[in-house]
Design a protein around this ligand. Structure first.
Ligand code: GRF
Length: 197
């Protein structure tokens, strides 16, 4: 049975594009929705160009009422009936209620080698720590921020002249390789971690 995938974004959506473009042929999943909390997210136009239904639930309309925002999020998701949710550059913190509702069916990509550098500014923190390698992680989403079971990691070397921007730019293509590889396995019920390279 083909799994239905909703992808949540907040920005450019390069990971969403990589995921959507991977779900072809014998891939066990297909994208059914791209939803953004930001009506100006560049990824919305990219999703529309790919023929994927889009939706916006603008978090600013709910001020700081996270549960009201998430109720609207769930209402929008209910329409598409996803089996799997992929957070892809989605920048809103989700409550324990929301993560519990989608427990075991929601993935996220985080630009660090978790459990290192949970939260923001991961590239700068890796540089500040003098790390010789950096990377990204795809994990299941739980109530613990960036703390769920790891489903895959991709590693890159840190160069002496790297800045946060050059590191992020070199990591992004690895994210675009890792996330689709993890989703293909996850959609088949295979939790074996994907390790790149
Ligand atoms: C990426 O670095 C991703 O790791 C992080 O958000 C950034 C932008 O992602 N979660 P995208 O281009 O919007 O997919």
């Amino acid at each position: 049975m083909t799994k239905r995938v909703a992808i949540l974004i907040s920005g450019g959506g390069s990971n969403m594009v990589a995921l959507a473009q991977s779900m072809v042929g014998d891939h066990p999943a297909r994208p059914v929705l791209v939803l953004s909390n930001d009506p100006d997210a560049g990824g919305l136009a990219k999703a529309a160009d790919l023929g994927i239904t889009t939706a916006v639930v603008d978090h600013r309309s709910f001020h700081n009422d996270r549960s009201a925002f998430e109720a609207e999020l769930n209402a929008s998701l209910e329409v598409s009936q996803p089996d799997i949710i992929c957070l892809a550059g989605f920048m809103r913190i989700l409550t324990a209620d929301f993560t519990a509702r989608w427990d075991g069916r929601m993935l996220n990509i985080h630009p660090s080698l978790l459990p290192k550098y949970k939260g923001l500014h991961t590239h700068a923190r890796a540089l500040d720590a003098g790390d010789s390698e950096h990377g990204c992680t795809v994990h299941q989403v739980t109530a613990a921020l960036d703390g769920g079971p790891i489903l895959g990691q991709a590693r890159i070397a840190v160069h002496a002249d790297d800045t946060a921007d050059t590191l992020a730019a070199r990591l992004l293509p690895m994210e675009h390789a890792l996330y689709p590889a993890v989703l293909r396995r996850f959609a088949r019920g295979d939790m074996t971690p994907v390790m790149l390279p």
